[in-house]
Ligand binder design. Sequence first.
Ligand SMILES: Cc1cc2nc3c(=O)[nH]c(=O)nc-3n(C[C@H](O)[C@H](O)[C@H](O)COP(=O)(O)OP(=O)(O)OC[C@H]3O[C@@H](n4cnc5c(N)ncnc54)[C@H](O)[C@@H]3O)c2cc1C
Length: 385
Amino acid sequence: MDSVESFRGEVRDWLAANCPEEVRVGSRDRLSRTRFDEWVRALGTRGWAAPGWPTEYGGGGLDREHRAVLTQEMRAIRAPAPSSFGLTMLGPTILDLGTDEQKREHLPPIGRHEIIWCQGYSEPGAGSDLAGLQTRAVLEGDEYVVTGQKIWTTGAPHADWIFCLVRTAPDAPKHEGISFLLFPMKQKGVEVSPIRLIDGSEHFAQVFFDGARAKASDVIGPVHGGWTVAKHLLQHERGVSNPEGRAAGTSGRKGLIDLARDQLGMHEGRLADPALRERIAQHELDSQAFSLTMRRAAEEARAGQVERQIASMSKFYWSELGKREQDIAMQVLGSRGLGWSGDGFEDAEIAQTRKWLITRADSIWGGTSEIQRNIIAKRVLLIPE
Ligand SMILES: Cc1cc2nc3c(=O)[nH]c(=O)nc-3n(C[C@H](O)[C@H](O)[C@H](O)COP(=O)(O)OP(=O)(O)OC[C@H]3O[C@@H](n4cnc5c(N)ncnc54)[C@H](O)[C@@H]3O)c2cc1C
């Protein structure tokens, strides 16, 4: 048996022992946050939450082939993939731009899911115009003192640390006086005020800083050079680092076809409504084209050829595709889709409204579709302003 196949056996055995039925995607049991966290911690302790990171920084040190095996085996049993701001955004940014000391301090706890991070970018007056941010950090000895406010901070009520854009040179041109700073959330000087959403959840928050403290050594990249770091992280957020994953994440083309088949039945092997049939077929074609484009982008990235702007195209397209998919699901389900709870297509009848709403947010966070269009116009199509 070659090393890849013996690794496959090792992964299977480990998953069977460590990924219980109730955490798997589509399980009928409602998964508690604690149970999910336990699963991700187990995966992280094994080094497989961040399988591509070097082992010295808490990763699995796996090459592409072994990572693919891990992904295949996890998908086969519907094991949920770990996802956190630390794993998908901050970790890759520190790997690319952090010092060795910063990597040793911050990456292993992310990999083990011990420290939960949130993202402090947006402010009441700085969303799309992010560089207009006003939160200030002033150096006092070997610490920064942070004052200001963030908004729409996902996961802030549970987060241990924040990666935050702060203004360190107030008189510099707006893109040149920003630093990318890390500091703990659980300290005097940080107040989290949850924002209640339409479904009753309080996952978002406004965060107020009044004398919060950060170690001066926790600036990632150059002091006052945080705009470049911020943009680098956004590339990861928008999905360029894992375009194949993004393509896979446009939730289940097959799911939509199955949903229509289950809900509406078939007439002589096809859906009776020709307009709906055409809409689903077009969506299927567009999804496949997107998936292939992202695979090509991933190959180009591996060959060092990809332009960073693919991130904006990818983010724009998958979020708009996801919205269209949920519009079609809504059309298929009609009044049966007007529910809130449940998860996955299996529970489509009770979860549909919530799923539909979530996809509306996808074209806002990480930069709205309008902003992605602006970037594509300027940097890809090279249309003069
Ligand atoms: C689900 C979700 C999670 C989020 N999580 C976080 C988080 O964890 N951390 C964080 O920092 N932020 C987070 N955000 C905030 C998000 O980054 C901002 O909402 C987003 O950048 C838009 O900013 P804004 O809300 O201030 O809207 P605005 O910038 O005020 O935009 C309002 C409208 O004007 C349009 N617009 C603005 N400027 C232009 C322009 N130049 N050209 C064309 N159209 C324009 C926009 O597209 C939008 O339609 C989250 C948002 C959502 C929805």
